[in-house]
Design a protein around this ligand. Structure first.
Ligand code: ADP
Ligand code: MG
Length: 343
């Protein structure tokens, strides 16, 4: 029996984390200034802003946009022709080299996070109505049944052929934007660009420094207020945030967001409201932002201590406490109090 929804509220925030160096987080078309060229596009269900500096900037951002659209066509669960959709529909498909790379990276991150990151969580996302927008709170039995279909052991790879067990569906939504921002950095480099910044729905990645040699100032959005948790000064880094405030619905005053804890089949309730990962590896940063959000404070901190060389974090819990890992502390500025987490 379907439960009646008394109150449904849906909010999708387009740009969650804006590079302060941008003229806001608006959406428009290509614009150039100070040797910089910015191209704004809509892809992967979000607004994106791509900026490069130097003589080849125009060409580079054009190719970067092409790359994003190519990845979107490959990965989108909403596009029935995408490699992922074919796999989800037919149970088997030959992946392109790049789709395979993304799958292997996802499985790696799943492994290292003890399954908190799970690229096969899509059947549970569907149950809660996130892909379709027909949001609902499922029954316990439905959740139990869906959880039978998210075991990544059911994915078999043989050469380029990928086969998934019956009932399984993959979704790279937890890693795609971070993978894409890293791919853009490579495109920029191929065109000789040494200074650039992209924001893919608020997830930022930077190449080099600003043209004047100073660091990129990247703001981390506050989950509740209009303002920012703080600003992090970086170069050659991705700054990627997961938050329960990004995409959610409400029923009977309870908020249900889009980050699913694979151990419960429900939106993660870990006590964290925002997790930002800073890393040179965009795909890793994206995957870990999702995973550490699910792990909660203690899990996130001990995970970081085991992988200090790989990334840093800025996390906020539901009481408003902000914690920043040691490696990024000197680069972080905030009007709020924050704790530095030591190795
Ligand atoms: P966003 O994509 O809004 O920036 P995230 O990076 O946290 O936020 O990714 C959330 C997306 O990841 C969801 O929309 C869904 O597609 C996917 N997802 C949800 N839960 C998980 C999970 N436990 N592991 C991997 N991917 C997940
Ligand atoms: Mg993520």
């Amino acid at each position: 029996m379907k439960r009646q929804l008394n109150k449904i509220k849906v909010r999708i925030l387009p740009a969650l984390l804006c590079a302060l160096t941008f003229a806001g987080c608006g959406f428009g078309h290509a614009a150039s200034g100070e040797d910089g060229v910015t191209k704004e596009i809509f892809a992967m269900d979000t607004y994106m802003s791509l900026t490069a500096y130097g003589d080849t900037a125009g060409e580079a951002v054009g190719k970067a946009a092409d790359k994003i659209h190519e990845l979107d066509r490959m990965l989108s669960t909403g596009n029935e022709k995408s490699e992922v959709s074919v796999l989800n529909r037919e149970g088997t498909v030959r992946f392109s080299d790049e789709a395979m790379k993304i799958l292997l990276k996802s499985l790696d991150i799943s492994d290292m996070t003890g399954g908190a990151f799970n690229p096969a969580v899509y059947p549970v996302m569907e149950l809660w109505g996130f892909p379709s927008g027909s949001y609902r709170v499922p029954d316990r039995d439905e959740i139990t049944a869906a959880l039978d279909n998210i075991n990544i052991q059911g994915i078999v790879i043989s050469g380029s052929k990928v086969t998934a067990a019956e009932g399984m569906k993959l979704d790279f939504g937890g890693i795609a934007k971070g993978y894409a921002s890293s791919a853009i950095m490579q495109v920029f480099e191929q065109y000789g660009v040494t200074s650039g910044i992209v924001s893919l729905g608020g997830n930022v990645q930077t190449l080099g420094t600003k043209p004047d040699g100073s660091l990129w100032r990247t703001a981390v959005r506050h989950p509740e207020d209009e303002g920012y948790i703080g600003v992090v000064n970086v170069q050659d880094k991705a700054v990627i945030t997961s938050g329960g405030y990004e995409r959610f619905f409400e029923e009977d005053g309870i908020r249900y967001h889009h980050i699913i804890d694979p151990s419960t089949g429900a939106p993660a309730r870990s006590g964290l409201v925002s997790v930002t990962i800073i890393s040179t590896d965009g795909a890793l940063a994206d995957g870990l932002s999702t995973a550490l959000f699910i792990m909660g404070e203690d899990g996130a901190v001990s995970f970081w201590r085991e992988h200090t060389g790989l990334f840093d974090f800025i996390i906020m819990d539901e009481t408003g406490k902000i914690m920043v890992s040691e490696g990024i502390a000197d680069a972080f500025e905030s009007e709020y109090d924050y704790e530095i987490v030591r190795r």
